[in-house]
Design a binder for this molecule. Structure first.
Ligand code: DC
Length: 222
């Protein structure tokens, strides 16, 4: 029996492995709240960058974090992070600059600590809004944020499929370089959580991946 009051589904994986499309679709099908923690790191990166803070200056990062007040707005089935009352839009948090800087900020322990309670608190947010479950995607959800989630998936895809996906999205993003930083950092590195179900998304269509995850979630004893 899970100690959480609602069902938690953790979906981890590297950049462009299909995490967001899959998580979004699973949340829609199950009518759960969807939380993209990559967007949290991007929003913090955007805010610190706006304050002129570099990830190389750890003292400035720590001081900068103290000035950031986090808020959440739930729209439809998605939760969005706002900072000091501003909810940055997609073009702000997915700009080439943020793509290039986010992995450096995400490797800083004080940044991860800053988001830890907020992310754990999304269970209460989901409950407050009447959702029976939460789908949270990221890099350390099944390993650090909710290691006790009843469903933990790790998505994987080969390098060619991933760069093709980003190109189709029209994004400039050095995903291999970002993954190298994410997997090699000391704090909460990107890794397959022990006991998680691994899915290679390069071998399947998005619809197949969604169907596979839904089947596992709906028939946990199989
Ligand atoms: O999912 P994404 O590509 O939007 O994530 C952006 C960056 O945020 C990624 O390079 C690593 C970081 N991240 C993290 O360290 N931990 C998470 N749970 C989610 C994202």
């Amino acid at each position: 029996m899970s100690k959480h009051p609602i069902t938690i589904i953790a979906i981890d994986g590297g950049a462009a492995t299909g995490k967001s499309s899959t998580s979004c679709a699973i949340a829609k099908k199950l009518e759960f709240l969807h939380v993209d923690t990559g967007a949290h790191y991007r929003t913090v990166t955007f805010a610190l960058n706006q304050a002129g803070i570099s990830p190389k200056d750890l003292d400035a990062v720590t001081e900068g974090l103290e000035t950031l007040n986090l808020g959440t707005s739930v729209k439809g089935q998605q939760a969005f992070l706002s900072i000091n009352g501003h909810e940055p839009n997609d073009s702000e948090i997915r700009s080439p600059h943020v793509n290039g800087a986010v992995a450096y900020f995400a490797a800083i322990p004080s940044v991860r600590k800053f988001l830890f309670e907020y992310q754990r608190g999304q269970v209460k947010m989901a409950q407050k809004h009447g959702f029976k479950g939460l789908v949270m995607e990221g890099r350390d959800i099944g390993s650090v944020i909710f290691p006790d989630a009843p469903f933990r998936f790790y998505l994987h895809a080969d390098a060619e499929t991933r760069s093709l996906r980003r190109k189709k999205q029209g994004q400039e993003d050095a995903i291999q370089q970002r993954d190298a930083i994410d997997t090699s950092r000391k704090e909460a590195p990107l890794k397959c959580p022990e006991g998680a179900i691994v899915v290679d998304t390069s071998e399947h269509t998005l619809e197949q991946v969604i169907a596979l995850l839904l089947q596992i979630i709906r028939n946990p004893q199989d």
